[in-house]
Design a binder for this molecule. Structure first.
Ligand code: MLT
Length: 265
């Protein structure tokens, strides 16, 4: 189980397969790199796949108190790539992982060969989302972390998944339950302060695959379509039946889209 110490943080990452271009997968909130198990299994026969637990998630140490930020995490990912001698790589990020991918591209463009943006958005938080994050932080501070996570199961998974796939629901619950309350609060704060990448989309000169679950509530297909259209070399795939955690909910369709994109690079 590989670990690397980067900027004083002991970071855990998954590292499987061989073949270029290497692929780096960045996980969503509030889960960890374990969410990529099906993608790693599908890709590792042809490509090297690296998937870090971002600081504070999974088995990685947290950022120092008050210092968690999307940009800081992008820097840690860049350092990890440097320590592994990798780059440029294909960077795939789902939701919060997409925010980190945008930051990595902005801060370390030489490390990125292509992007997969899944169930994410380029724009910053609306006032409503900012307020929702503050309410969630408050609840966690009051010890109601289980309520916050259970509400997220409702918003992150599609109605179809919740009705028909108890195994996926349990998996999502287990991944979320592994995230410490301090990390939940810190990550919500980090997301509140992320940079708006909307104005950068038109300048991305790389192949970009935009993936989205048909029933994604937090980052719906309309947002994904706008993003794919704003990128000169963008391609959109909508994954039927899936919600926001589309790689868990529709792994076969997700993997097909990913493999076809990687094969075409
Ligand atoms: C995620 O899945 O990473 C979250 O929905 C991101 C967010 O809260 O903006």
């Amino acid at each position: 189980m590989p670990f690397a110490t980067l900027s004083g943080i002991k970071l855990h990452y998954l590292d499987s397969g061989r073949g270029t271009p290497p692929v780096v997968l960045l996980h969503a909130f509030p889960v960890n790199a374990g969410m990529w198990d099906e993608q790693i299994a599908a890709l590792a026969g042809r490509w090297r796949v690296v998937a870090p637990d971002l600081p504070g998630f999974g088995q990685s140490q947290p950022s120092p108190e008050g210092e968690a930020s999307i940009d800081g995490w992008a820097d840690v990912v860049a350092e990890l790539l440097g320590s592994l001698g990798l780059g440029p790589v294909v960077v795939g990020g789902l939701s919060m992982g997409g925010y980190v991918a945008f930051s990595l591209l902005r801060r370390h463009p030489h490390l990125v060969a292509a992007l997969v943006l899944a169930d994410t958005r380029a724009g910053a938080d609306t006032p409503e989302v900012l307020q929702r994050r503050t309410d969630q932080q408050q609840k966690v501070a009051e010890g109601k972390v289980a309520d916050v996570l259970e509400a997220m199961v409702g918003t992150l998974l599609s109605e179809q998944t919740r009705a028909e796939r108890p195994d996926v629901v349990e998996r999502a619950r287990a991944l979320m339950a592994s995230t410490p309350p301090g990390t939940i609060v810190a990550a919500l704060e980090a997301m509140k302060h992320r940079t708006d990448a909307t104005g950068e989309l038109g300048r991305i000169r790389l192949p970009v695959l935009v993936l989205v679950g048909e029933h994604d509530g937090p980052a719906p297909p309309s947002v994904a379509r706008e993003m794919a259209e704003a990128v000169p070399n963008g391609r959109l795939e909508v994954l039927p039946g899936a919600g926001h955690l589309s790689n868990l909910e529709a792994p076969e369709a997700f993997n097909r889209a990913l493999e076809s994109f990687l094969s075409g690079l």
